[in-house]
Write a protein that binds this ligand. Sequence first.
Ligand code: CU
Length: 150
Amino acid sequence: MKSFLSSQVKVGVAALFLAGAAFAQGEPSAEGAEVYFVNLKDGDTVTGPVRVVFGLKGMGVAPAGTEKENTGHHHLLINRPPLGEGEEGADELLYGLPADDNHVHFGGGQTETSLDLPAGTHTLQLVLGDLNHVPHASPVTSEVITITVK
Ligand SMILES: [Cu+2]
């Protein structure tokens, strides 16, 4: 009997741990929220500099650090595997997006940008992040598009 109880306790602890891991993710997203490219689509060929306009439905844009439900700021993943995939994918979801050439933050609440991309093909994905730059739970992401710069 004693060992039965102790295994019940272990299951309880494991469940608590999993719940804790879930809390480490970003703020909740609004159901049905969508982020998308307004002026680009998969397969487009463009000339640089590349203007990229960010669209968002079902949530609002707010500068980084703003504590307000159902808001976030835009991030652009450039030449990266889709959010949550690849080597640092799990960390992106749990701890937030790094800031580097492949993860660009628009923490001021910007809704468009202009990119100086070299000629060739590039992938782009939009990801909404919460006040702490962590993707929402569930993440609000666009499709990954591939564009060619002439
Ligand atoms: Cu950010």
